[in-house]
Design a protein around this ligand. Structure first.
Ligand code: MTE
Ligand code: MO
Length: 501
């Protein structure tokens, strides 16, 4: 039995290819079943990359990729997942040889891939969609290769393995193609139900979506006036977004209140709801980053519930299923919403399904997702505040430069501008280092307040020119020039970009 546990380099090579094919089929199977959702095995890796890509790389490489940035990130994340799975299966195949038990790697692969997928995505059942194809590929290649690890190997043995692997490779390519099509149909945009259970958004929301679309500028590489659900940024303290069941969910209003209030999802649906545009922006983003988006939200004014509760304190801590918590003033909560709809659909899991808070005008972090409790107290605290941030309260006004487009008329520079409270009055552009300013073209306000605008400016530079943009709000406040980091209360400064002739 001296031969057990040793492989020739040829055999080892084909086993590594087997493992890679199994990795690819794990990703394909998972995508076919989950689409691009939080349960997709690539999603945790993608989320990790999003959170941990150095700002420098995001600003230089990813920004220059424009709309390809997201696919590039996904492709990298998919490659990482395939690599991790392949390494694990390679080890399992070695164990199979070492123990001399043919097909041992098949169940081991199933268990290992299932475990990895379940732990990273939190979706225990969906993880099987990754595990089964991976185990199957390992099994098929072993079977077709009829590779008996106990027998004396010859060149022919390697050939068998090679032929089996190549044949299966063709099958895996086919599986990947079919899975891609299946998964596309299941991506959140397609799978999250419409509000009211119909086959399209409620009429009022549809009108809001249409009117935004009509007013929007076409800015290549930048979102429209309403961000698509799959492209709307997310920021989470948890690697995997919690999965909260609407049936068992409730929101309680506790602490310093006259009456404790508890409301279920069904009760919330019975209440008078409003549809409104509202922009979210993350305090932790880089100045010109993409953590700012806009949607049409559907929810119930919190004031109704607050009247019932009778708060006795000036602040409340909202708490969530992922143990996130943040404080908001009573005044601001009275203007807030308990939201269960986004762009005419049920709130997607990654944005807080079943219910989140929307506190108009405030930094993203106070808009608690998966919210379960509102505790009134005179001792406010927050997850990020405990870590030194002061990211509650009004969002800083900002004009982003997100799009550069060339046409016969010249170069069109454009982007989005947002001021939380007094709305945007104008976006000014300078091409001479800030000595003179010209008004950019600006989209009309979408709603009464709290919604971004798009701006654009076309010119014909004859040398490389720095374009600077700044927002001015309706009270005449000019976006300050002074540059600061995002920590602790959000980035400030003017965004500029060098435009080649
Ligand atoms: N429960 C919970 N709510 C949360 C967060 C979180 O990690 N957990 N992140 C906050 C932050 S920092 C931001 S910027 C917004 C982002 O909302 P979005 O993911 O829907 O874009 O959610 C906020 N609400
Ligand atoms: Mo944030």
């Amino acid at each position: 039995m001296g031969i057990v546990g040793r492989l020739t380099s040829g055999e080892r090579f084909w086993r590594v290819i087997t493992a890679v094919l199994a990795g690819v089929s794990a990703v394909a199977g998972s995508y076919a079943y989950t689409g691009f959702s939080q349960s997709f095995v690539v999603e945790p890796a993608a989320a990790f990359l999003t959170e941990n890509t150095p700002a420098l790389l995001v600003n230089t490489v990813l920004d220059s990729l424009g709309s390809l940035a997201q696919p590039a990130r996904l492709a990298t994340a998919a490659a990482i997942v395939v690599a991790v799975v392949a390494v694990v299966i390679t080890i399992l195949l070695e164990i199979e040889v070492a123990t001399g038990r043919q097909y041992l790697a098949v169940p081991l692969t199933g268990v290992a891939v299932w475990g990895l997928a379940a732990v990273t995505t939190g979706a225990v059942f969906a993880a099987a969609a990754a595990a089964l194809p991976a185990a199957l590929v390992v099994g098929i290649i072993s079977f077709l290769g009829a590779n008996d690890p106990l027998s004396v190997r010859t060149a022919r043995k390697v050939d068998d393995r090679k032929r089996a692997t190549l044949k299966t490779g063709v099958g895996v390519a086919g599986l990947a193609g079919v899975s891609y099509m299946l998964g596309q149909r299941r991506t959140p945009e397609g799978s999250v139900q419409f509000l009211g259970g119909g086959t399209s958004p409620p009429t009022e929301v549809q009108q809001m979506l249409d009117s935004a679309e009509q007013q929007a500028f076409d800015l290549p590489g930048a979102p429209s006036l309403v961000s698509e659900i799959g492209n709307f940024y997310t920021v989470d303290i948890a690697t995997v977004a919690p999965m909260v069941d609407a049936k068992t969910w409730s929101l309680t209003i506790t602490g310093a209140v006259e009456n404790e209030v508890e409301i279920s999802y069904d009760e919330l649906q019975e209440m008078e709801a409003e549809h409104f545009y509202s922009t979210l922006r993350c305090v932790g983003e880089d100045l010109n980053a993409r953590k700012m988006d806009n949607a049409v939200w559907t929810g119930v004014p919190l004031s109704t519930l607050l009247e019932e509760a009778g708060p006795q304190a000036e602040e409340a801590i909202s708490r969530a299923d992922d143990d996130y918590f943040v404080s908001t003033s009573r005044e601001e909560l009275a203007e807030s919403y308990v939201v269960y709809g986004m762009n005419g659909r049920l709130l997607p899991r990654e944005h807080g399904h079943p219910v989140r808070l929307m506190v108009p005008g405030n930094w993203g972090e106070v808009n608690t997702k998966w919210v379960t409790e509102l505790e009134f107290t005179d001792e406010p605290e927050g997850y990020w505040e405990n870590r030194g941030w002061t990211g509650t309260g009004e969002v800083r006004q900002i004009a982003k430069i997100w799009s550069v487009d060339r046409s016969s008329e010249g170069v069109t520079v454009g982007g989005h501008a947002y001021a939380c409270c007094a709305d945007i009055d104008r976006v000014e552009v300078s091409t001479d280092g800030g000595s003179s300013w010209t008004n950019a073209e600006l989209t009309d306000p979408l709603g009464p307040v709290d919604s971004w605008h798009q701006w654009r400016y076309t010119f014909s530079p004859d040398e490389p020119t720095d374009v600077i943009a700044r927002a001015v709000d309706a009270d005449g406040n000019v976006q300050p020039e002074m540059e600061t980091d995002q920590f602790p209360d959000g980035p400030s400064g003017w965004v500029s970009r060098t435009i080649e002739p």
